[in-house]
Design a protein around this ligand. Sequence first.
Ligand SMILES: [Zn+2]
Ligand SMILES: [Zn+2]
Length: 437
Amino acid sequence: MKRGELTRLLVLGCSATMCGQASGPAASSAEVHAVYQAAYAMYLDLHQNPELSSHEVQTATKLAGRLRSLGYDVTEHVGGTGMVALMKNGAGPTVMLRTELDALPVEEKTGLAYASRVRAKDDAGRDVPVMHACGHDLHMASIVGTAAIMAGSRDTWHGTLLLVGQPAEETISGARAMLADGFLKRFPKPNVAVALHVGNLEPAGMVGITPGIYNTNADSLRVTIYGKGGHGSAPQTAIDPIVIAARTILAWQTIVSREVKPREMAVITVGYIQAGTKNNIIPDHAELGLTVRTNDAEVRKQVLAAITRIAKAESEAGNAPREPLIEHYEFTDAVYNDPALAERERKVLEAALGKENVKIEEPITPSEDFSFFTQQGIPGFYFSLGGADPEKFAQAKAAGTLLPSNHSPLFAPDVDPALHTGIAAEVAVLRNLLSNP
Ligand SMILES: [Zn+2]
Ligand SMILES: [Zn+2]
């Protein structure tokens, strides 16, 4: 769906009063205070018991149990380990709020008393450390607090609240799995979808809004380059796939610098090379793993075509016995924030958190599969939640350095202010979108 269509759909899809209202009643600090301890306890539990993508069994059960006890109608096992919690409260729009459930194969090195010590088997059977290094535990804790406030204040909103616990965000496969499992048919179709993400780009207490494109298209490629194995001392008898791979990687670096228009955004990263077993053996193949990020659909096509062209040409130049195998095994589109919706929620969040605590931010390069929901004709509002300790943030800024980002073993959001703000922001946005006619 094109952007113009999305905007039109938003305008047509909501009632005049809903769209006309600039702000809804913000959660009072007493309301947030009343639910905070339970939300924080959930955070600690989830942080110490993280689960890998598509294996969020205990996580989903905990979330489902809590939401059920608050009066939500909960369905589990949607798209694998996904969970949907519904609360119907009279006539009105249906608004979806989504959290991710999964953690990452990262060894926590924050030194926090509640640091994760969990290890698990990944899908390849390897024993890996597990950590909520992306902050999804904070998103879940926030939704638990928000759900409690919304359930306890049904006179402040009307319509249907749909809380979604999405599995496997880190493998950009969970949203697709939920949709494939009938998400839109089994539950009321949302008029709007909302999500937030914590990060260290802003101090805790603040939120950031990016109207339009929020992040990037992401494409994961696996490229296998073929050669001919042989003795390391006799290269003339072999065709060395490592040398072909090296030339291919360097040639790929000219795509962004020489082929893409200078003002367009594109990133090509080769994140791994795997080839060979021993120094004196020339292997018969080399495998490369790439991530490709773009904003524009045409640039995306151009870059992916150039990667293929160069890989094939370098293999041919190296006299490879066969063409490289190029597998496009994961992808997601950029998250698009409907500008009208973003502008409306900017005012709502300014009213709830103070004007100085709401920033307009530039698009970022990490990716998200929230776009699978918004591509179903559901306008989306995805905003960022400041997670950095305000003091450390100021020190880092003064020193010209950056705090550890999401996915770092040192990623440690300042939970108290970030969680308070997350709950207050979600309640304000939901009450606005589900506002009383
Ligand atoms: Zn994340
Ligand atoms: Zn992540």
